[in-house]
Design a protein around this ligand. Sequence first.
Ligand code: ZN
Length: 144
Amino acid sequence: MKTKLTTILLALTATLVLAHEGVELGPNKGRILEFSTNETMHGEVAAKDGKLLIAILDKDMKPVKIEAQSVTATAGSREKPVKLEVTKNESGFTVPAPKEGEWLILQYKDSASAKPITARLHYNEKKCAPCGSPEWRCACGKKK
Ligand SMILES: [Zn+2]
């Protein structure tokens, strides 16, 4: 993500909205989640047919081959967490979309013996007016 174009786009965005909340979008316009403790692994969450596709990207936002990695997903409420069924294939992981307003909690593991990394996403489907994307994958930052 260190191309000149990205820098220019970021600069433009920064002048339009002053407070950038740190939401980052990936090459598939999905929401980037941190899947490591040092920015070397990312998850990109994109929506398709009522499901969420989670691709694994390296530090340069390039897709990583899916081998030993695993993801577990939990949604629901704090009182009543619901485990979501995760399907794994060669391009990533698929989970059913949580209900509007729920938190999606993902636990990512590089391999069976790796320490799990927890990433959270507030699944707010309300459309953001400036960009037309649902809030959960809107990179506009705070707008109020
Ligand atoms: Zn937006």
